[in-house]
Design a protein around this ligand. Sequence first.
Ligand SMILES: Nc1ncnc2c1ncn2[C@@H]1O[C@H](COP(=O)(O)OP(=O)(O)OP(=O)(O)O)[C@@H](O)[C@H]1O
Length: 590
Amino acid sequence: MRCEMNRQSSFIRLLKYMRRYKLLYVCLIITMVAGTFLELSVAWFLSLITNAAVKGEVEAWSNLILIAVGILFFIALNSYVDTYFKQKASLKVRNDIRLDTLDHVLRLPQSYYDKNHSGELLARFTSDNQAVGEASGNIIMGLLKNPLLALCAFIYLLNINWPLALISISIGPLMILVGKLFGEAMRKKSIILQEAMGSATSFLQDVLSASVLYKIFGLEKKISKQYQQYSTTISEIERSQGKVQGSANAISGSIANLSFIIAILVAGYFVAKGNLEVGAMLAFIQLMNYLVQPFSILPALWSNMQQALAGAERIFQIIDAPKEYETLPEQGRAKSFRSLTISNVGFSYSNSKEDLVLRNVHFHVKAGQTIAIVGGSGGGKSTLFKLLLGLYSPTSGRIEIDNRSGESMALREYRDYFSLVPQETILFTGTIRDNILDGNLEADEASVIAAAKKANAYDFIMKLSEGFDTAIGERGSRLSGGQKQRIAIARAILRDAPILLLDEATAALDNESEKIVQDALAKLMVGKTTLVIAHRLTTVQNADLILVMENGNLVEQGTHNELLLAGGRYHSLYYTQLENEGTENIIMEA
Ligand SMILES: Nc1ncnc2c1ncn2[C@@H]1O[C@H](COP(=O)(O)OP(=O)(O)OP(=O)(O)O)[C@@H](O)[C@H]1O
């Protein structure tokens, strides 16, 4: 029932998109009506030619040929125009929905991405969008045209011979019943198929984005086997869908043939008795086709419509999901910054007080300071960053910038205070210039070059054959780890946000590369307030404040010397690492 309601509202919402192209749909209605009458004219022409033949009117043939050419010409023309308009309407609706979907996807909160696989989201842009396009073109026009054709054929049949017309129409309800029964079964199978395909696509997406992993760990066979299962499931569902479709075709075909034979027997009998002209009988046979055909097509069209509406519903679910922004935000720049205060912040991913990942986190940062965050794995360091970046809201407590709470500011305004250099560099497919420019979309070439120089990236960029125009491959696959990091640093330099969040890479870069990246980071940090998830001894020792996080609690805070003197968790963390790793290049993570 609820499903039915959703589908209805999806249909109404789809109609709203279609309403934007009223004129196109008016044209489609005209071609539909014209097409219907042109089809009926074939029946009329058949009766004309047969009667002329029976009466031996040879002189009528030149006119008949002209009529035939006229009918054929207009049918072809109408079919071309009809297809063109249908395509145009459905492409326009698809395009609008696709753009709206992306606009909404871009405004979804981070929590949505945590819960939904990106493969599922991709399906909204591909298969679901295609289904909706079909619904707004071929399917909806088919649902209008077929009843119209059947009705007109019926009226024409009534005109020729009403008892025959009634015999012909009597199969209608039977065909609809068969269609409804099988249509429902097909719809259920389609939903299962859609789900199976969604899972297979998500699986494939994971595999294709992790080629190195399966190559190194020798997972090819395992993956192939897993995919075989997905593929077999899809084939099985499709096979059983085929069985349903086959049975539907066989039954409705038999009913149509049976009624056709009965009607012809009766029509032939009427002709034999002299109650019906031979021409009328031929017209009748053709009209019978027009009457029966819609009854067999309509249920399938109806079920296609249901499937397409299920796709529309999935798209509208995204469009209706709670958003971070009312409208798409624009990149901005924070002008000044004095202080950042975290007051008793508690956080739970599930929004429950029992499941806290951060508890009572409390600290204060002044402009220009460097804060190092250290602690054991799973302690909540990255979660704290996510809260600072406004990806999640604190479950309790407040984050304040210049004594204004994050919640009192527009989210975009809040986020403009921050820049991020994550541990794992995130770059978009495109050129080096595009990726650096993401830091400031309005920056000029000189600023891009200056940022690249400051990030120690300029020399390697200039050595590439296409310089800043070099395509970096999928997520930067054509660059080395250190090169990717330096591009990300150049991007952050161009962004020039007052607060820099830095997740130091633990991945082993070679010494030289690491020095270059370190040097670039040092330049990036100049004049900035930096919070860094620190793994390096130098960063920790030089920090103005060190926060030690354990199991979601901020267990200690102070300078390096204060914390060593305190002899607590930091002290043991520090000396354990010192012993294990030697004095060089110590990793602070427990
Ligand atoms: N999206 C999420 N949904 C639910 N729980 C999460 C999510 N992300 C992290 N957690 C949980 O939150 C806790 C803190 O994780 P977090 O990533 O903040 O730790 P961390 O200190 O950064 O660890 P590491 O140093 O290993 O990166 C962990 O128990 C983790 O399982």
